[in-house]
Design a protein around this ligand. Structure first.
Ligand code: UDX
Length: 458
């Protein structure tokens, strides 16, 4: 059992802390936000993540985890301090390291015994060298301190599962002491550990995330070509997936990748490369494709309709993916402002993302348009002129094609997640546009005439 402190209680820090407690370590999570700390002490998770609250409550009751704003007492006698604070993207694409620097200084001024500082946050290659030097510069007591890199690969929505059953744990250390200590902390997880040097560990994180982002952008690029040449991207992906070298995961074409990692980490690596005088062309292409992909359906719909002004627009899904209330870099955030600008009357459904979205776009008049948040998908669809699907929530998938036909004033769907069979939509009499597949037009609606046409019944 090790005494562990965790700095930052976002997705990375809180989930790590709770999982360390779950496998038997003594954990203190530190955050600067007093309200958040009180909330967590009362057993409430500040983020929506399957299984997290249960583990928080269980381990808090067992005395294995605690939460505090008092970093000094949490850090002073910890065997290891994990840093999981944010590294948000700056306007030039670089990572903002000010939160890490603040924590590093607090650690230096607090620790009273030998301690391993482990950076879990995603940081540019070489940052851990600097963090170590920074801590040593500000150190108050004469103790041994080293910094290790331990990148996080969890996906939101399955964060607890991904941590307890990770496919690999990557640790980057510069001494046997640090390696042994970190191996000891992870030993109870019983998972494969890849032990490399610090810079390689930092690079593994970016290289992994950007590879996945690239895979998605590649499929989106192929999807757009599929539409033009009359192929179906889902069939194409299926055909590709049997090749073990390609694999079957992350081949889903859609409305572009969002979330807290891929958009940020692609830009960060491109920036790092630029700083070293190198142009990372593949990653740059992934970023470019993703940018265009986000508003592809909006552009298609704009051609199909004369205007969105006064139209009832159903939006199904606001979050960047299902299983989370996180809106960061979600397609909804790109498209809804455009629709509102056009005077659309938006009815949005999302099982958990509504409150976060309403903080940005409150219920009621927003510029020229209007926002209404609904609890039931049917209320969004009822009498709607057009429907956009941005997130593949189970609740959305469960809506059958006939429901769109029955409830909507004009059954016109733009599906950014390819949730439906094209044939079934056709059979149900729904006009259906998706990604990388052939569109289904309603009778009498010709693609070439988009600009001139209004949907029937406007
Ligand atoms: C990702 C990585 O999976 C994780 O390992 C890393 O630590 C953090 O970034 P996350 O952002 O939570 O996790 O979600 P993920 O499930 O990877 O999806 C990211 C985005 O890609 C979502 O917007 C999703 O809709 C999109 N995506 C994913 C696709 O468009 N197609 C796919 O095939 C897979």
């Amino acid at each position: 059992m090790y005494k562990i402190a965790v700095a930052g209680t976002g997705y990375v820090g809180l989930v790590a802390g709770v999982c360390f407690a779950e496998v038997g370590h003594q954990v203190t999570c530190v955050d600067i936000d007093e309200n958040k700390v009180n909330l967590m002490k009362s057993g409430v998770s500040p983020i929506y993540e399957a299984g997290l609250e249960e583990l928080m409550q269980k381990n808090f009751a067992a005395g294995k985890i605690d939460y505090t704003t008092d970093f000094q007492s949490a850090y002073k006698d910890a065997d290891a301090i994990f840093i999981g604070v944010g590294t948000p993207e700056q306007p030039d694409g670089s990572a903002n390291l000010s939160y890490i620097a603040t924590v590093a200084r607090q650690i230096a001024e607090s620790i009273e015994k030998d301690c391993l500082v482990v950076v879990k946050s995603t940081v540019p290659v070489g940052t851990n060298d600097k963090v170590e030097q920074f801590i040593k510069d500000f150190l108050v007591h004469d103790v041994r301190v080293e910094v290790a890199s331990n990148p996080e690969f969890l996906a939101q929505g399955s964060a607890v599962h991904d941590t307890l059953h990770a496919e690999r744990i990557v640790i980057g250390t510069e001494s046997k002491w640090a390696e042994d200590l970190l191996m000891g902390i992870y030993e109870p997880f019983g998972l494969p550990i890849v032990s490399v040097n610090r810079r390689s560990a930092e690079m593994i994180k970016y290289a992994s995330n950007d590879f996945l982002a690239l895979k998605i952008s590649y499929m989106n690029d192929i999807a757009n070509l599929c539409e033009l040449v009359g192929a179906d991207v889902q069939d194409v992906a299926k055909g590709m997936s049997f090749d073990g070298r390609i694999g079957s995961k992350f081949l889903n074409a859609g409305i572009g990748f969002g979330g807290s990692c891929f958009p940020k980490d692609t830009k960060a690596l491109e920036y790092i490369a630029k700083q070293h005088g190198y142009e990372l062309r593949t990653v740059k292409a992934a970023i470019d494709v993703n940018k265009d992909q986000k508003t592809l359906l909006y552009k298609k719909a704009s051609k199909r309709l004369i205007t969105f002004n006064g139209l009832k627009v159903a939006v199904l899904g606001l979050t960047f993916k299902p299983g989370t209330d996180d809106l960061r870099e979600a397609a909804s955030l790109e498209n809804i402002p455009l629709l509102l600008e056009q005077g659309a009357d938006i009815y949005a459904f999302d099982p958990v993302g509504k409150d976060n979205f309403a903080r940005l776009y409150p219920e009621g008049q927003n510029g020229r348009g209007n926002m209404t948040y609904v609890e039931r998908i049917e209320d969004a669809l009822d009498g709607a002129n057009v429907c956009f699907i941005f997130t593949e929530w189970g609740e959305v998938k469960a809506v059958d094609p006939e429901t769109y036909k029955k409830l909507m004033r004009t059954p016109l769907i733009y599906d950014g997640r390819n949730l439906y069979s094209v044939q079934k939509m056709k059979d149900a009499g729904v006009e259906y546009h998706s990604i990388g597949r052939q569109s289904v037009f309603r009778e009498g609606v010709k693609e070439s005439k988009h600009r001139e046409l209004q949907t029937i019944g406007l």
